[in-house]
Ligand binder design. Sequence first.
Ligand code: PLP
Length: 358
Amino acid sequence: VFNFNPGPSTLPLSVLQEAQNELIDYRGCGMSVMEMSHRSKDFEAIVHSAENTFKELAGIGDDYRVLFLQGGASLQFDMIPMTFLQEGKSADYVVTGSFAEKAYKEAKKIGTVKAAANLAEENHRRIPQQDELELDPSAAYVHITTNNTIFGTQWHYTPQTNGVPLVADMSSDILSRPMDYNQYDLIYAGAQKNLGPSGVTVVVIRQELLKQVPETLPSMLRYDLFAKNDSLYNTPPAFGIYMIDLMLEWLKDAGGLEAMGRHNMEKAALIYHAIDNSNGFYSGHAAKDSRSQMNITFRLPSEELDKAFIQEAAAQNLTGLKGHRSVGGMRASVYNAMSREGCQKLADFMTEFQKKNG
Ligand code: PLP
């Protein structure tokens, strides 16, 4: 089936096959990665490979560490303010959707935070422009969500923060397009959309920031301890990290971020084209200049048609298209591993469905 679920989502068949081939005997070592000591040379090699390949793909150097943690992106909503919101400091959050709001609300429990912009009144149809952001030059950090999984919007510029550290939740668009990762000081993402299976959170952190981690924080919440121990402070989600390593190799073989960015743009364009050429039968949720290349949100003229669309699509092996209840309608999630063929098939189905019901 073509799996348009927002996450966990589809993985490349070749990656699944490679994992299948190595499931019982990982590269001649006589056991599965699931059975291997995380202190073994073989597993250490996997963690190092994943960190290095990530850095190579993102174009970042040794001033960054890439950590593999647990607790999902949601734990980062807490770890970030617990680490950086020292007494007297405040942080700026750009609230562009549901997860951005969750991050903001969690941080509020921990310290002082301000909403630098919040377009909830416009039902988060668009990303605010730079001049709409009310940024405090003395903030501890600015937090953004580069892709809004539920509303289907995406940042197409990097906000200028005048030296204030920039923190980004990239859960739903990490490594999906070329961008200057060096403009960010901390990036985090649950792996389950673009990077692999659920259970691992990737955190990319500028080494300089590790010095700010308070020693009084519980150890499991300390980025510096995970960095010092190469993500092996305690037993890591080993199989998930191995899958991420395979995914990163796959992405490198596919031509890296330049090629993936082009591929993703073309894929998304097929579906947006079906929306824009439907004479209003399909209406997109996101403003055109804020459209996401990862999550495409659109509505049909009625809820009956929504239901019929989902049913008939599923019968053609197009699954996971139901939108989130806060937006309604449909959502097609087309992360890195979704093929162009899948997007073409959905676009063709949309055109056919409109002909029958429009
Ligand atoms: N942030 C974004 C942008 C997401 O899309 C999601 C989940 O879909 C999350 C955070 C929450 O991630 P997790 O379930 O890994 O905690």
